[in-house]
Design a protein. Structure first.
Length: 344
């Protein structure tokens, strides 16, 4: 019975040991599964940590890039501000220079205006002086004629016929005379038999031409100064078109020069002496025509004061010459000429 009890106890112990071993194996399996879960969680945590570190590194890189971009933008803005300040300073300097140029141009124009005004006043004074001299000359002529009452212009008795004509026999004594076209002015000046009663030269066009030349010189000076200040780093056409003062002053100088050359004429001198001899000097041509001599042809075209007025003079062996309103005062010349040619 003891063996049976011992065997039963052994079997019971074996069953208990098997149960305990099963429980131990179950506990070990549970522990292994728990360890595996912990390992998985640890690996997952490590992965999340790695990803978080990568995100932090990426964020730091983005922040560094953004900071570098911000610094570069700030540097560019500072450079742009400095360049803008420099350009503004240059623009202010250029504006100041232009203002000085404008003041210089205004001063030149004002000076030119003063010169023109002075020349105009001088011309008025010369015209008044000319009128005074003409009046004195007319008075002297009247006295001479009063002293020569009853005598011809050469100190000879007039014929019994019309006072403005003479017969063929007297024509030789009163023949027209003229200096050849190539003779100098001094030749006929020394041969003048009497004091001049009319001496009028066409000076108005020359005065106007001189004034236009002065203004053209001022405009040319402004153009040269503007060209000196222009920016020639660009094509010449753009440099000229980009500077209105340069283009305008150059065009004005050219126009004034052309107009001055058109208006300005060679000086002419016309006079009638106390014996009725008309002396005409134009350019290098000099002619002397005896208005009292019937052999001298004197023809007047138009009326004094009109644009087409002129007096054509010709005589035997003489080159024909014409006197127009640009050379003399038409009314004064006609009035004096009619004293010797009443038929005009």
């Amino acid at each position: 019975g003891e063996a049976h009890d011992a065997r039963t106890a052994a079997e019971t112990a074996a069953v208990e040991a098997a149960r305990l071993r099963g429980e131990a194996e179950e506990s070990a399996r549970a522990a292994a599964e728990a360890a595996a879960g912990a390992q998985a969680e640890r690996e997952s945590a490590e992965q999340r940590t790695v990803e978080a570190l990568e995100d932090i590194a990426a964020a730091e890189q983005r922040h560094a890039d953004e900071l570098a971009a911000a610094v570069a933008a700030r540097v560019a803005a500072e450079n742009a501000a400095a360049e803008s300040a420099r350009l503004r300073g240059e623009a202010e300097d250029a504006l100041a220079a232009r203002e000085l140029d404008r003041q210089a141009v205004e001063s030149s124009v004002r000076h030119a205006h003063e010169l023109v005004e002075g020349a105009y006043q001088d011309r008025l004074a010369a015209e008044r002086r000319l009128e005074e001299l003409s009046a004195q000359l007319a008075e002297v002529t009247a006295r001479l004629r009063a002293a020569e009452a009853g005598l011809g212009p050469r100190g000879l008795e007039r014929p019994a016929g019309a006072p403005g004509t003479q017969d063929a026999g007297g024509a030789g004594a009163h023949a027209s005379s003229a200096v050849p076209a190539s003779a100098p002015a001094s030749t006929f000046a020394s041969a003048d038999p009497g004091e001049a009663s009319v001496a009028v030269s066409g000076q108005r066009s020359n005065v106007l031409g001189s004034l236009l030349l002065v203004l053209a010189a001022v405009a040319a000076g402004v153009a040269v100064y503007s060209a000196f200040l222009a920016d020639w780093s660009q094509p010449p056409a753009e440099a000229v078109s980009g500077d209105p003062l340069l283009a305008g002053s150059a065009a004005l100088a050219l126009v004034l020069l052309v107009v001055a050359l058109v208006v300005r004429r060679p000086a002419a001198a016309v006079r009638i002496d106390s014996l009725g001899v008309v002396t005409v000097q134009h350019r290098d041509d000099v002619g002397r025509f005896d208005a009292y001599d019937s052999a001298t042809r004197v023809e007047m075209v138009g009326e004094p004061g009109t644009r087409q007025w002129r007096v054509d003079l010709s005589g035997p062996g003489l080159e024909p010459m014409s006197v127009d309103r640009s050379m003399v005062d038409a009314e004064e010349f006609t009035r004096e000429l009619r004293r010797w040619r009443p038929s005009l």
